[in-house]
Design a protein around this ligand. Structure first.
Ligand SMILES: Nc1ncnc2c1ncn2[C@@H]1O[C@H](COP(=O)(O)OP(=O)(O)OP(=O)(O)O)[C@@H](O)[C@H]1O
Ligand SMILES: [Mg+2]
Length: 353
């Protein structure tokens, strides 16, 4: 089986395979056994609360970090332990766009140089004129005019800078783009236009995309698949339709209960599930299911036994209480405020009034 999984010809539709990825920073278990795959042209949203390890997964994939254990396969080749020279050939297959365009663009380089950099790193012997043409083309693709090439990043708006980052990332024609919160540092007014741009480019060019985000409405708009992380591990993965319509894992249910829905009647009827902000430390994660200390429906077994990530339909879920068909407890019904005597009687009486 192993030979098949790592054989590029057998899995040639699979752009990215992450196998049991582990990344520890000293005692901090930032990522602790994450596995998933991405197919050509597929967009997967990686969601989960702050500190759950999403960016660390992205940074391991582009080899900004060397994983503690596990493997990252790009187009069937394990790049986890490639030498720098051999890695260069694969670097062009994957690009990353960061949250903060101001921090990720070299302030001393002209925009034209920033965008041309991936061409230079590839060592393509392009003439100056060809390189300029490619830069102009790259800028046009993200809606920027050619003269932007002669400006410095700080002379541009936040939205324009993020467009430059996207232009640079796409310069090497990657098969995979990691977008780590690409709009969360931008003004709300320009977030939508940058998201639209990403969606259009993805549709036109067809690169696969790992889209790391807190913005669940963007997930609904952009992603084919959703993977949910909690304290360094995946707890659920599946198609966008399935996960939004019937999330299986209690954590996914809680996370999605806070997301806006388009229907105003449904929206008014919704009560977000409050998990409390007592997030366990990644240095000393809880026993059994890591979510059990905050799970409204946890039973003793959840503290004792680590739930395996099981196949459920077309996706996966790691929860003792979820059946093989994906059904299980609904924490949006068995609400913590209804089951645990809470310190907020006033709020309860208001909600029943
Ligand atoms: N270089 C590092 N050294 C030490 N600890 C780190 C390092 N990078 C990340 N961590 C820790 O690893 C854990 C996961 O961090 P990560 O940035 O991957 O989370 P995240 O899900 O991207 O969060 P956010 O939504 O806030 O961006 C956190 O506990 C974080 O403090
Ligand atoms: Mg992050």
């Amino acid at each position: 089986m192993n030979a098949g999984a790592s054989d590029g010809r057998v899995v040639n539709d699979v752009v990215l395979e992450v196998e049991d990825l582990v990344m520890h920073f000293g005692p901090v278990r930032a990522v602790d056994g994450v596995s998933f795959r991405l197919r050509r042209g597929q967009v997967m949203a990686l969601v989960g609360e702050s500190g759950s390890g999403k960016s660390t997964v992205g940074r391991c994939i582009v080899r900004l970090l060397e994983p503690t254990a596990g493997a990252v396969l790009l187009g069937g080749t394990d790049v986890t332990h490639l030498s720098r020279a051999r890695l260069r050939g694969h670097r062009r297959d994957v690009s990353i766009v960061f949250q903060d365009p101001a921090g990720s663009l070299n302030p001393r380089m002209l925009v034209g140089e920033v965008v041309a950099e991936p061409l230079r790193l590839q060592g393509r012997g392009l003439s100056r004129r060809d390189r300029q043409a490619r830069v102009t083309e790259g800028l046009a693709r993200v809606g920027l005019r050619a003269e932007v090439a002669r400006r410095y990043p700080h002379e541009l708006s936040g939205g324009q800078r993020q467009r430059v980052s996207i232009a640079r990332a796409l310069m090497s024609d990657p098969t995979l783009l990691i977008a780590d919160e690409p709009t969360s540092a931008l003004d709300v007014s320009v977030q939508a236009s940058v998201l639209n741009l990403l969606a259009d480019l993805q549709r036109d060019i067809g690169f696969a995309c790992l889209f790391i985000t807190h913005d669940l409405s963007a997930v609904e708009y952009l992603a084919d698949e959703i993977a949910v992380m909690y304290l360094g591990q995946l707890v659920e993965q599946g198609t966008r339709e399935r996960v939004f319509a019937s999330p299986s894992h209690p954590y996914t249910q809680a996370l999605l209960s806070a997301a806006p829905v388009p229907d105003p009647v449904q929206q008014r009827a919704r009560r977000p599930v409050l998990l409390g902000d007592d997030i366990p430390s990644a240095m000393d994660p809880p026993s059994g299911c890591r979510f059990h200390t905050r799970c409204p429906v946890a039973v003793q077994r959840c503290a004792d036994e680590v739930p395996a990530l099981r196949r459920v339909g077309a996706g996966t879920v790691a929860c003792h209480l979820v059946d093989d068909d994906g059904s299980g407890p609904d924490v949006r019904v068995a609400h913590p405020r209804d089951t645990v005597p809470g310190p907020s009687p006033t709020r309860r009486s208001r909600s029943t009034a």
